[in-house]
Ligand binder design. Structure first.
Ligand code: 5RP
Length: 231
């Protein structure tokens, strides 16, 4: 897919997801370049139709964008309870709706928001569809900063390769003040089980494996169309 085609596909997925939002809903806002497009379109729709939606963003970047667009945040934010839906991107999606997330480092807040939402709508372009998680993208694991190399040692007993995420020559720090370990696995046959094993390790805060959370996937295509898959 060309870069232009990819952009069109992301806009198309964002457009398709807009059909799931209604006036008055409580909406979780994802993070990343595809989710950013959805937030843009949602802001426009709320302005044009005078809609009132209550939003919970999954990162500081998305919070800043939502505020810029005049979208209302939950008055208890950063606390919140239930949401009607969340619309978020993904790094990979398999045929059962399992996801790899965390490319943007927002996986912890993304998981809170997805878990609180009645329906998770995933927006991706075609390239994100995989047979098995971990085949095109490493599994991000959020770990506490304290004794991080200790935690990486434990992760190395499960993964083929583990790398502390950096931005330039600085360690990448999440919105929660944690680090990210990007883990390579040769073959992931049971994503939910791998998530459980990783979560059991001391120092692991959350994993980028999202199992059983996605209810709908809107896939954008390079020609500007989108298709829907339900789980
Ligand atoms: C951020 C995420 C993103 O949703 C994921 O990385 C996809 O991003 P993009 O839409 O830019 O490809 O999980 O933590």
């Amino acid at each position: 897919m060309t870069a232009d085609g990819k952009e069109r596909a992301k806009w198309a997925a964002a457009e398709g997801a807009l059909n799931y939002v209604e006036n008055g809903m409580r909406v979780g806002l994802g993070t990343g370049s595809t989710a950013e497009k959805f937030v843009e379109l949602l802001g426009r729709r709320c302005r044009e139709r005078n809609w009132q939606v209550i939003c919970v963003p999954t990162s500081e970047a998305t919070r800043a964008q939502a505020e810029r667009l005049g979208l209302a945040l939950d008055e208890a934010y950063p606390d919140f309870r239930s949401l009607d839906i969340v619309v978020d991107g993904a790094d990979e999606i398999d045929g059962k709706g399992n996801l790899t997330k965390g490319g943007g480092g927002a996986l912890l807040r993304e998981k809170y928001v997805a878990s609180a939402a009645g329906r998770m709508i995933v927006i991706v372009d075609e390239a994100k569809h995989v047979e098995r998680l971990g085949s095109t993208f490493r599994i991000p694991v959020e770990i506490v900063a304290f004794a991080w190399s200790n935690t990486i040692g434990r992760l190395e007993r499960l993964a083929d390769k583990v790398e502390l995420r950096k931005r330039g020559d600085q360690v990448f720090v999440t919105d929660q003040g944690n680090y990210i370990a990007d883990c390579t696995f040769s073959s992931i046959t049971d994503p939910a089980e791998l998530h459980r094993q990783l979560k059991n390790l001391l120092g692991v805060v959350e994993t980028g494996i999202f199992s059983g959370l996605a209810k709908v996937c809107v896939t954008g295509h390079a020609d500007g169309s989108f298709s829907i898959q339900e789980f």
